[in-house]
Design a protein around this ligand. Structure first.
Ligand code: M6R
Length: 365
């Protein structure tokens, strides 16, 4: 049932505040603002490293997770798309832990990567939406994302719930490894707890602007997305979402890679969507944006209040989100990305929930 939404995808986008709050309540104790002990169902404390494998959007969630595990838990992460991971013959040790991320829990390549790690004696954790799935059944520990059924082929709420769970796991790992203090933990958890409310506010705030902007996007043949840090996987997720449902060619790049190739594409016909919260990467990203502007590129700048105040560069549009803590920025910045892709596809009249050539669950190689 779509309720009063035109598509399942739209319904699922607007469900996010509610499902994320539900997901978080499983991993976080809001009364004490501490991470719950169940995140250490995988022994992150003694793990010598973490291997992560997944496909598509789940892989991009894992890539955001890599930044968190490395930064907060000082745990080095080896991550790859499952179709490569399964065949790379990478050396693994039983002292490492492994995480497999999958909405459906049935993706063939992800399952094969899981079995490869199992054969090498690693402890296996599954971040899945479907608790009865094969990937869940074959894992030592299951970390459900509690997003509820996701019908739209383009993943939205599963992505942000995967992020919320990965953030909790990374902070749980940090706590177990003693790499964050109790004060830092309560502070970060407090930010996680605020996230659902901020998401609701942002969804309402940006909706009209996303609709207007998508008219412009629908006229384009190519779109480039740029970001640094955790905004780099988000840039790739934005590009994936747009191409899946609107069939517009899009690419997501690390902003620092711009001058190593993609800058050759910049002209007035190709919008460049820059994702840049006011974090420690902000100035670097803005200088990349400057390079785009100097070549006549049209910029759609997705930033926060502090970022909007700090940059004086002319843009085609600036989407201003509230200032939020770094730990929740990837979830908050996912919202404009999802809505832009959604409205562009609606405007173009494509089959939003069932885009051509795609299946919701990829159970063959
Ligand atoms: O069920 P899974 O999470 O394992 O699926 C992985 C990908 O097939 C999936 O995320 C795909 O990329 C989505 N259509 C993206 O929107």
């Amino acid at each position: 049932d779509k309720g009063n939404h035109r598509h399942f995808m739209e319904k699922e986008i607007y469900e996010q505040p509610e499902v994320i709050s539900h997901a978080l309540s499983h991993y976080v104790d809001f009364a004490s603002n501490r991470i719950s002990d169940n995140v250490n169902a995988i022994d992150f404390k003694t793990a010598s490293g973490l291997a992560i494998s997944a496909c598509g959007t789940a892989y991009l969630a894992g890539l955001v997770g890599k930044y968190w595990f490395e930064r907060y838990a000082r745990l080095s992460v080896e991550i790859d798309v499952a179709s490569e991971f399964r065949y790379r013959e990478m050396p693994l040790s039983p002292s490492q832990a492994a995480l497999f991320i999958s909405q459906s829990g049935e993706t063939a390549d992800t399952l094969a990567s899981l079995r490869y790690c199992k054969d090498h004696g690693l402890k296996i954790g599954a971040v899945v939406n479907v608790k009865e799935s094969t990937i869940a059944r074959e894992s030592d520990a299951v970390f459900p994302i509690m997003a509820g059924p996701e019908i739209g082929v383009a993943s939205t709420k599963a992505f942000t719930c995967q992020l919320a769970v990965l953030a909790s796991l990374a902070l749980g790992a940090a706590k177990a490894r003693g790499t964050i203090s109790a004060e830092q933990e309560t502070e970060l958890v407090r930010h996680l707890a605020e996230m659902p409310r901020i998401m609701s506010r942002v969804l309402n705030l940006i909706q009209p602007q996303m609709e207007t902007l998508s008219r412009e996007l629908s006229k384009c043949r190519d779109v480039l997305y740029l970001g640094r840090g955790t905004s780099f996987p988000l840039a790739m997720e934005g590009a994936l979402k747009l191409k899946e449902i609107s069939y517009i060619h899009a690419e997501g790049y690390a902003a620092g890679e711009l001058k190593h190739g993609p800058i050759a594409l910049i002209d007035e016909n190709m919008p460049v969507i820059v994702i840049a919260p006011f974090d420690r990467f902000f100035d670097k990203t803005v200088s990349n944006m400057q390079e785009v502007a100097a070549r006549g590129g049209r910029i759609i700048f997705i930033t926060d209040e502090a970022g909007a105040a700090a940059s004086k560069l002319p843009t085609m549009a600036t989407i201003v989100l509230p200032n939020v803590n770094e730990i929740i920025a990837p979830m908050i910045f996912s919202l404009p990305i999802q809505l832009l892709a959604y409205h562009t596809a609606v405007f173009m009249g494509t089959d939003v929930d069932q885009p051509r050539n795609l299946a919701k669950s990829v159970t063959v190689e």
